[in-house]
Design a protein around this ligand. Structure first.
Ligand code: ADP
Ligand code: MG
Length: 600
């Protein structure tokens, strides 16, 4: 007999489960579903992220709701719009064979009238974010006075986000004699308070130990000088070519900056933070979900509830202020039975924090050394070789083959391989040939990555009509420096950066000492961190220069799928889920080759 059947689920749900490819219940599902089906009770269920809590409440809820009656019978509160949509979607999947059941999502940033209309048509289950739900109630667009079930999902996150008052107020509009189910990854004081205040002798189900992070996640830290954080990040990315990761920064500004630099350097990255419009955020999330973005740089708030499986690495670019936040960050990986790695880039002064995190997550960190240039080149070369091996041949090139063959006819296979790899790889290896060891140097003095050049800030940018080429020309003219005298020109919206050799510093500063351009004073300063901003070391980006600001896929990377690493010996909790789709990395390479060609 099917394990789900043993839990007491009915045939329409079992059929939906089969369609979804779930083979057996996870531990939290096994523990909660029979109780919730059998008893009219309150419940507190604690289980780490990615263990299938949605289905743990979703299956019983759907079975208990009366689809024939149109009034709202259940309210699910969840912290973010993303989660809200995701839960609604899951519920729709679960109730696929129960066509008269209508879960409706209620969240901010979309038309409230449209949502009200959907509710009016009959929504037995409302899945809502607390803020929008409050609005709905205030405007009397919904009636939750007769609900029988209330689910507080990701309760710790909701409270983290300051929804306590909203939740209290919403619950005051619900009947006393209902069942409240609280699901959470951790059990901080605030969650315990809510449980006490709003629930009657809840049954407690705990999977793993309370407040424990995911055991599928291993934790590593890399000790570097604070100023080498970005270079360290690049190495971590370069040594994991198939990385699919969330990178956490502390502020919106850092988030934006790190993402911009990664894009500049040819990685497929994007920023996610609160200054983006909802629309932009949706776009970014969509690109991330579909793997067009390999590295999502995010603030803690914006990343809450990101629920993307298969994230291979969480990178803490900076450690969070609150130790608990670390648990949430690392919980973004190691989901759905996969394993993941949480990496921390840490400076000496923060080492103490690592210790306190270890105490809370009850797991220890491995101290790791950053890979050196040679290690990285080896990884990248092998990766490239594998990409070539897996590339599907594009027969569009057949007609050009005779000519190509003629050009290359004198070379042996070995020679051709060497040449091909040299074309593809020289920039990369050059970057790392020059790069220094990033381990912190005692005494605080740090070796500059590019000690011979100076980086400048300049107060003109795209708004003034410049792009990198025109600005480079402009600078070459103004400074009378030779062909390659100005380099690493990086034009942002209202300002830009560029480099010259150190020996030219005086010349540059003098030239712009009192310089007007179209009636405006141009200001040029040396940036404090001369080697840091915008160097596109390593990544090859032939013919492509940063612009566009989007999340273009790196020419170098395949960005394909098939990356689910699995470290053996770890128990997954899920037994087999059909993997969704499989990528053809070949295409990407073909595309990138095409693109390079067309730029020539
Ligand atoms: P949580 O809420 O605990 O963080 P989710 O409910 O979001 O976790 O589930 C994480 C992922 O696991 C989802 O992609 C979900 O479809 C999948 N999943 C849930 N239950 C099972 C199961 N029994 N077998 C396989 N996959 C499952
Ligand atoms: Mg969840």
């Amino acid at each position: 007999m099917n394990k789900f059947q043993e839990l007491g689920l009915n045939s329409s749900i079992l059929k939906a489960i089969e369609d979804m490819g779930f083979e057996s219940p996870s531990e939290v599902q096994e523990k909660t579903i029979p109780i919730l089906l059998d008893e009219e009770t309150d419940m507190v269920a604690l289980a780490q992220t990615g263990t299938g809590k949605t289905a743990a409440f979703g299956f019983p809820l759907i079975q208990k709701i009366d689809p024939k009656s149109k009034h709202t019978q259940a309210l699910i509160l969840s912290p973010t719009r993303e989660l809200c949509l995701q839960i609604t979607n899951e519920l729709k999947n679960y109730s696929k064979y129960e066509p008269s059941l209508h879960p409706v999502a209620v969240y901010g940033g979309a038309s409230i009238t449209e949502q009200a209309k959907q509710i009016e048509r009959g929504a037995q289950i409302i899945v809502a974010t607390p803020g929008r739900m409050q609005d709905m109630i205030r405007r009397k667009l919904t009636d939750i006075s007769r609900i029988e079930y209330c689910v507080l999902d990701e309760a710790d996150e909701m409270l983290n986000m300051g929804f306590y008052e909203d939740i209290t107020s919403i619950l005051s509009h619900t009947p006393k004699e209902k069942n409240t189910w609280l699901f959470s990854a951790t059990m901080p004081k605030e969650v315990a308070t809510i449980a006490k205040k709003f629930m009657r002798s809840p049954i407690e189900v705990t999977v793993g130990s309370k407040n424990m992070g995911s055991t599928n996640v291993s934790h590593e830290f890399y000790l570097v000088n604070a100023r080498d954080r970005y270079a360290a990040l690049k190495r971590l990315a370069d040594t994991n070519p198939d990385i699919f990761s969330v990178i956490f920064c502390r502020t919106k500004r850092d988030t934006q900056k790190v993402a911009e630099r990664l894009i500049e350097d040819g990685y497929s990255a994007a920023a996610l933070h609160g200054d983006l419009s909802q629309n932009q955020r949706d776009l970014v999330m969509k690109s991330f979900r579909t793997r067009q973005i390999q590295m999502l740089v995010a603030t803690d708030v914006a990343a809450r509830g990101i629920d993307v499986d298969d994230i291979t690495h969480v990178i803490n670019y900076q450690l969070p202020d609150e130790v608990e936040t670390y648990t949430h960050r690392s919980g973004r990986t190691g989901r759905a039975g996969k394993t993941g790695t949480s990496m921390v880039i840490v400076s000496k002064s923060e080492l103490r924090k690592i210790k306190s995190i270890e105490r809370i997550i009850k797991q220890s960190f491995d101290e790791k050394q950053l890979p050196d240039g040679k290690d990285i080149c080896k990884v990248q070369l092998l990766h490239l070789a594998n990409d070539i091996k897996n590339t599907e041949i594009n027969h569009d090139i057949d007609e050009y083959l005779p000519n190509i063959n003629k050009v290359l006819e004198d070379f042996s296979k070995e020679e051709l391989i060497k040449k091909f790899f040299s074309v593809e790889f020289t920039r990369f290896s050059n970057y790392y040939k020059k790069a220094n060891d990033l381990a912190p140097v005692s005494g605080g003095a740090n070796v500059d990555l590019d000690p011979n050049s100076t980086r400048y800030f300049m107060n003109v940018g795209k708004k003034d009509g410049f792009d990198w080429m025109s600005l480079k020309d402009f600078l070459k003219d103004a400074l009378q420096l030779g062909k390659d005298g100005v380099f690493k020109v990086d034009v942002k919206d209202s300002f830009s950066f560029f480099n010259t050799e150190n020996s030219e510093t005086d010349k540059v500063l003098t030239a712009f000492n009192d310089f007007e351009y179209q009636g405006r004073r141009i200001n040029v300063e040396i940036t404090k961190n001369s080697n840091s901003s915008g160097g596109n070391g390593g990544r090859r980006r032939k013919g492509r220069k940063g612009g566009g600001g989007g999340f273009g896929k790196s020419d170098f990377k395949s960005g394909g799928k098939g990356r689910s690493r699995s470290k053996d010996g770890r128990d997954s909790g899920f037994k087999g889920k059909k993997s969704k789709g499989s990528g053809s990395r070949g295409k990407n390479i073909e595309n990138s080759i095409k693109r390079r060609k067309s730029k020539k």
